[in-house]
Every structure is written in structure tokens, then in C-alpha cells.
Design a protein around this ligand. Structure first.
Ligand code: HEM
Ligand code: HEM
Ligand SMILES: [Fe+2]
Length: 447
């Protein structure tokens, strides 16, 4: 029996839904690229405007990533606290509520029902249901930890990150009449999520999985975790300023945002070093290889996507030209993919074989899917970047019109359609593999 606690099973349906939504998200992404590459007939645009499909693409992304984090948390917390989850029933109820709300929101988007704030389009009163789902989750995990009376740093940073995440979402609920103020708080959700709360969750989950599959002592992992968390909070919170340059906030944000966000790659770089550090201490055993490949791939692409591509446009002198262009989109894709998509896939590959009672599984398809998706995503990032540099040059340096720039960018979007189909292939392989894990071949080389 590989599962220490039977309530860990609640994680499985979370993973299943997350994987299906991932698939749908990437289909819609490819559609978005197509709508840049060719001129869609007007009747189709009337039914399916770009803003709607974009909202579906990004909301699906956020929803499935969050469901993945929640599932992984439910899988991890019994082992960390050494007791069953407070209420598995609540966990299922929470999943039903969140998925029901998500599906309603997407149907609503198709009918034009939206709050209109990018990435946070879910309108009232659905956004309150999201809050209810988050509260059930925090209550359930919190009660499990409280009853166990056993806190570890990993639990603490995970729980802290989850509370931080939920509290920030509250700033999205009101609509502020002053648009500058509205955008100001919008960033408290968007930026403080991906560069604050989610980083804490990611650091905690990664630390936990690394402890499980290596023989590095917990104290050592926790020491690194302290340093990273401190740095993440220090640079990430003040770094919010890199979004306040042009929205009507006071001028000092140019300095604060520029300086602190330029330091943001530092904690991410430490994570890469961590991963190398743990590799040296790796213990041969239970299906370590694929999870390790994912951990290393994740920390490197996290660094490249968030650290490098983020740094590239974070100084106000550069952001003045690139703001809101496809350069931003290039960074958004690789950062999300490297940091959070791969984190989820790594967690799924850690938890799902155990949930299915497989001590060892055939890692070949999963390894192929990892390389396929990662290489395709790198190429996508390059294609978005070329489109973005063209756009910046034609629109912001030469001062020509929006459509003049679009005409120059089209070719790169045609390439993006092909890359989108390729990524879709990699995602299908990942999903199929995770849902039909097979025992390792007898005599196959072990990790
Ligand atoms: C794991 C896969 C993916 C992730 C994590 C992802 C993430 C994102 C994010 C974060 C945004 C918002 C960008 C911003 O606000 O700057 C976005 C928009 C977009 N995505 Fe994706 N996406 C994925 C797959 C795809 C695929 C396969 C394609 C097709 C090539 C695609 C095409 C687009 C397009 C065209 C937009 C709209 C950009 C704009 O507004 O100009 N995405 N995606
Ligand atoms: C995993 C971490 C990160 C993720 C997932 C992420 C994702 C994103 C996304 C999706 C956007 C577009 C938001 C929008 O306008 O719709 C964005 C914007 C931005 N990001 Fe990140 N980011 C991360 C980390 C970083 C870091 C570490 C830096 C700086 C070193 C950075 C610098 C920026 C800047 C300057 C913008 C604004 C671009 C503009 O003016 O259009 N990001 N990020
Ligand atoms: Fe940011």
C-alpha cells in the first residue's frame, strides 16, 4: 500500500479536472493565435470575440493551476501532519463548487457576462462563490493542521501562501470608480499572486517533493526555504511597482519598482541552485528520474521565463516601449509555464502513481512529453518575442499605426498556430500518460 492515509484520495479528482481544463486551455490558446494570424469572418467575431476567448484561455489557466495546487495540498497535508484530512466530504464539496462556478463563468463569458478586468473576468456574484470555495479549502486544511498540532516550516509557508492568495483575491471584489485605483488594486491580485503568494506555495510544494525523493535532510531544505521566502517577499512586494509606472500612480514608483523588481530574479536563481544541490544528494529509488527532470526543468524555465524575460522589460526605461506588447505575452507564457505548469505536472507525477498503487511506473511517455512541451514553449516564447519586438519598434519607436504593426507580426502568429498545435500534442501525451500510468517494464533501467 503506497498511500499512508486514505483521505489522500480526494486529490485524484482535483488532478483529473485540472488536466482536462489544461487541455481545453491550450486548445483555446491556439485559437487565439489563429485569430491574430488570419482575419476571422465578422459573424464569427460577433459570436466569439477575441476578448471572450482570451478570457476563457487565461481563466482556465488560473483555475486549473489552482485546482492542481489544492489537490497537491490535500495529498501532502496528511503525510505532513500524520493524520487524515479533517473532512474529505468538504473537499469534494469544494471541488464541485469551484468547478461549477468555473463552468458557469465560462458559459457566462460566451454570453458576454464579464467583470471586464483581464484575468479576473469572473463577475459578481460568481466571484463570491470563488471566495466561498477558497474559505472551505482553508478551513479544511487549517483544521487538519490545528488538530494535528504539528507545524513544519513547509506546512507553514504553504498555508501562509494559501491565506495570502485568498486575501489578495478580496481586493478584486469591489469596483473602484477611479480607474487608476482600480488598476492599482488589480495588480495586488495579479502581481502579488504570481510573484508572491504562488511563489510561497511553489517553494513549499517543491521542498516537500524534494525531501520525499532525495536523502537531503529536512533541516537543510528548510534553511534554503527561509532564505528564499524572505527574499521573495522582500523583492516581490516592493516589486509590484513595476506595474505602477504608467497608470497614474506617484512618480517614485519608477524607482521603487525598477530597483526591487530588478532584484526579483535572485530568489528564483537560488531555486535553480537548490535543485542542483539536491541532485548531488539524490537517492536512487522510487521513480525519481522523471520527477527530477521535471524539478530541474521547472527551476530552469522558471528562471528563464520569470527572471530573465521578466528582467528584460522591468526597468522603466525599457518598459516605456514594451508595455502591454507581445513582449509581455512572451514573458507571461514562459513564466507561467516554467513556474506553475511544470510545478503542477511534477506534483501530478509524484502523487498520481501513488494514488494508483504503482510503486514504479513506465516514465518514457512522460519524459518525452516534458521535453516536447518545454521545447515547444521555448519556441513559442521566441516567436511571441519577435512579434513583440516588431510591434514595439513599428508602433512605439517609429510611431506608425496599430494595424501597420499587426501586418508585420502576422507571419509570427502563423508560426504560433503551428507551435500551438505542437504544444497541444505534448499536452495530450501528458494527460493520456497520467491517466493510464503503466507499471515499469521488468528489467528497465531504474532511476
Ligand atoms: C501552458 C500553456 C499556456 C500558458 C501557460 C498560457 C498563458 C497565457 C497567459 C498568461 C496569457 C495572458 C498574457 C498577458 O496578459 O500578457 C495568454 C494569452 C494568450 N495566449 Fe496563452 N498560454 C498557453 C498556451 C497557449 C498556446 C498553445 C497558444 C497558441 C500559440 C497561446 C496563445 C495565446 C495568445 C494569442 C494570447 C493572447 C495574447 C494577447 O492578448 O495579445 N497560449 N496565455
Ligand atoms: C512566476 C512568476 C511570474 C509570472 C507567472 C509572471 C507573469 C506575468 C504576466 C501574465 C504578465 C502580464 C500581465 C498583464 O498585463 O496582463 C506579467 C507582466 C510583467 N511581468 Fe511578470 N511574471 C512573473 C515574474 C516576473 C518577474 C520576476 C519580473 C521581473 C524581474 C516580472 C516582470 C514583469 C513586468 C515588468 C510586467 C509588465 C509588462 C508590461 O508592462 O506590459 N515578472 N508577468
Ligand atoms: Fe509583476
Amino acid at each position: 500500500m503506497l498511500l499512508a492515509y486514505s483521505s489522500q484520495r480526494v486529490a485524484y479528482p482535483y488532478f483529473l479536472v485540472a488536466l482536462l481544463l489544461f487541455l481545453l486551455q491550450v486548445v483555446v490558446g491556439t485559437w487565439l493565435a489563429l485569430s491574430y494570424a488570419v482575419t476571422m469572418p465578422q459573424w464569427l467575431v460577433d459570436i466569439l470575440p477575441f476578448s471572450t476567448t482570451r478570457a476563457i484561455h487565461t481563466n482556465l489557466l488560473v483555475l486549473w493551476l489552482l485546482l492542481g495546487f489544492m489537490g497537491t495540498t490535500y495529498f501532502m497535508i496528511p503525510e505532513e501532519t500524520e493524520r487524515e484530512i479533517f473532512s474529505p466530504l468538504l473537499a469534494y464539496l469544494q471541488l464541485t463548487l469551484l468547478v461549477g462556478t468555473g463552468v458557469t463563468a465560462i458559459v457566462g463569458f460566451l454570453l458576454g457576462w464579464t467583470k471586464g478586468k483581464p484575468l479576473l473576468e469572473i463577475p459578481f456574484p460568481l466571484d463570491y462563490l470563488v471566495v466561498a470555495g477558497a474559505l472551505i479549502f482553508l478551513f479544511n486544511v487549517g483544521m487538519t493542521v490545528i488538530q494535528a498540532k504539528q507545524w513544519t516550516l513547509i506546512q507553514g509557508s504553504l498555508f501562509g501562501g494559501l491565506v495570502f492568495l485568498a486575501v489578495m483575491y478580496l481586493f478584486n471584489l469591489p469596483f473602484y470608480a477611479n480607474l487608476s485605483i482600480d488598476w492599482y488594486y488589480w495588480w495586488w491580485v495579479i502581481h502579488l499572486w504570481v510573484e508572491g503568494a504562488w511563489e510561497l506555495v511553489a517553494a513549499a510544494l517543491t521542498a516537500w517533493i524534494l525531501i520525499k525523493i532525495t536523502n537531503v535532510p529536512r533541516e537543510l531544505v528548510e534553511k534554503w526555504l527561509y532564505v528564499e521566502l524572505g527574499l521573495f517577499l522582500f523583492t516581490g512586494i516592493a516589486g509590484t511597482g513595476h506595474h505602477y509606472y504608467w497608470l497614474g500612480a506617484p512618480k517614485y514608483w519608477l524607482w521603487v519598482g525598477g530597483f526591487f523588481s530588478a532584484l526579483e530574479p535572485l530568489p528564483i536563481l537560488l531555486m535553480v541552485l537548490d535543485a542542483w544541490h539536491y541532485i548531488r544528494n539524490r537517492r536512487a529509488g522510487l521513480n525519481g528520474r522523471l520527477i527530477f527532470t521535471l524539478a530541474v526543468g521547472m527551476s530552469i524555465l522558471h528562471f528563464v521565463g520569470a527572471g530573465f524575460w521578466g528582467f528584460a522589460h522591468t526597468l522603466p526605461q525599457i518598459n516605456y516601449y514594451t508595455h502591454g506588447s507581445q513582449v509581455t505575452v512572451a514573458h507571461g507564457h514562459l513564466a507561467f509555464f516554467g513556474a506553475y505548469v511544470l510545478l503542477n505536472i511534477m506534483s501530478f507525477y509524484y502523487a498520481m502513481p501513488r494514488l494508483e498503487g504503482l510503486a514504479e511506473f513506465d516514465e518514457r511517455r512522460g519524459t518525452l512529453a516534458f521535453w516536447w512541451m518545454s521545447i515547444t514553449m521555448m519556441l513559442m516564447t521566441l516567436a511571441f518575442s519577435v512579434a513583440g519586438v516588431l510591434q514595439t519598434y513599428v508602433e512605439r519607436v517609429m510611431g506608425l499605426g496599430y494595424m501597420t504593426a499587426q501586418a508585420q507580426m502576422r507571419f509570427w502568429f502563423a508560426i504560433l498556430v503551428v507551435l500551438g498545435l505542437s504544444l497541444l500534442g505534448g499536452v495530450i501525451l501528458t494527460v493520456v500518460d497520467l491517466l493510464t500510468l503503466r507499471p515499469a517494464l521488468a528489467g528497465a533501467k531504474k532511476a
